[in-house]
Design a protein around this ligand. Structure first.
Ligand SMILES: C[S@@+](CC[C@H](N)C(=O)[O-])C[C@H]1O[C@@H](n2cnc3c(N)ncnc32)[C@H](O)[C@@H]1O
Length: 353
């Protein structure tokens, strides 16, 4: 065994302190979000603690401590002379603008959900048993929707569907769409709104997510959409889908090959499957950076345990990489599979029968 290097030891311990600070900052930002602190500061003007506390309806002494911790991390700014706190435009985008692609509260909610049930996480990790999506803390579901939704709003219609061969024209004229593993249905509603001549069917194995998706559709006033609770491996074909899509969910499933095969068999002639997955390289060493750390972390706690709870339990993981994902789709019998495009966080695959 190599000798202990004190400088490296200090560096590593310092890194852990930094990570602990990050973990606390995330929880404090979550509390600030849930209690309306950042919304109370969204005008970007400097405010005293008392003013912000009154606006948000929270205790001012606790708030001063929270904002000081936030300021120590650059989440908010502190004006020493006037003892006031304020948000810059960038901080407003990250903490106080709901559908900004930079809004990080969804991600923080996902992490809070993991801490809230840390004993289960330890038990699952030790035993290797499965943990279905529906067994996660409720923060997990709305956090996932909140985290992914801005990226879908920014990319789905303008960058991803347009990168596919002939799909946009088909959906504009009127086609049948399946959104499989649709979660809270943000992508389904977005497509129903964008393509009013098309009919959207959203499916998810998790009943409460389907309930939320139905409420979202009702709030959006779209009537060309239907949500049903169903396992991806047995969704009805509804006469054949012109366009099927799976957003950030194929790797969560126990049998992604079987699911992709069933989707292929449910497509109309000439139909297309689009699979959106977290961006990754093919090798572990390609993914050893901050975003990779977030995806591998979520994969350890959420994606792998859900996959393990289902038949086949392939456990693809959230950093499968293009080679493995393409192999899954080819094994499912698709004759043509290609990378249609990528974004900063996602890879978009197009598969045709
Ligand atoms: C990471 S979430 C993504 C949800 C949504 N597509 C989005 O991007 O916001 C994964 C989703 O896959 C669903 N899921 C997992 N296994 C499934 C299966 N076998 N059949 C249908 N849905 C499944 C989960 O219930 C969950 O809603």
């Amino acid at each position: 065994m190599a000798e202990l290097n004190m400088a490296k030891l200090e560096e590593l311990a310092g890194k852990v302190v930094g990570n602990a600070n990050a973990a606390l900052s995330g929880l404090l930002a979550y509390i600030g979000d849930q209690t309306g602190v950042y919304r109370a500061m969204a005008d970007g003007e400097p405010h005293s603690v008392e003013e912000i506390a009154t606006r948000a309806g929270v205790d001012s002494r606790y708030l001063k401590e929270l904002l000081s911790a936030n300021a120590a991390n650059g989440y908010v700014n502190y004006e020493a002379g006037s003892e006031r706190f304020y948000l810059t435009p960038e901080q407003i985008a990250v903490f106080a603008t709901e559908d900004s692609p930079a809004n990080m509260h969804g991600l923080l909610q996902i992490i809070v959900a993991q801490y809230a049930e840390h004993e289960t996480a330890v038990d699952v990790f030790r035993s290797g048993k499965g943990r279905p999506w529906g067994d996660q803390h409720t923060c997990q579901f709305c956090g996932t929707d909140r985290f992914f939704r801005p990226g879908y709003i920014a990319n789905l219609v303008t960058n991803w569907i347009t990168a596919l061969d002939g799909v946009q024209e088909k959906l504009e004229a009127g086609g049948t769409i399946a959104d499989i593993g649709c979660g809270h249905g943000s992508t389904s509603v977005l497509m129903a709104e964008t393509f009013p001549n098309s009919r959207v069917f959203g499916y998810d194995i998790h009943g409460p997510s389907i309930d939320d998706a139905r409420s979202k559709a009702a709030a959006a006033g779209v009537d060309n959409i239907t949500f049903d609770q169903a396992d991806a491996g047995s969704i009805p074909s509804n006469g054949g889908y012109d366009f099927a899509c799976v957003f950030d969910a194929l790797h969560d499933m126990g049998d992604p090959v079987g699911v992709a095969r069933h989707i292929r068999e449910s497509l109309a002639p000439g139909g297309t499957l689009m699979v959106v997955e977290p961006l990754a390289g093919d090798k572990t060493e390609d993914n050893l950076h901050a975003l990779g750390g977030v995806f591998y972390g979520a994969s350890t706690l959420i994606c792998l345990p859900n996959s393990r709870s289902q038949d086949v339990a392939l456990c693809l993981g959230a950093q499968a990489g293009p080679k493995r994902l393409i192999a899954v789709l080819e094994d499912a019998g698709f004759s043509s599979v290609r990378i249609a495009t990528t974004s900063t966080t996602n890879i978009v695959l197009e598969a045709t029968a």
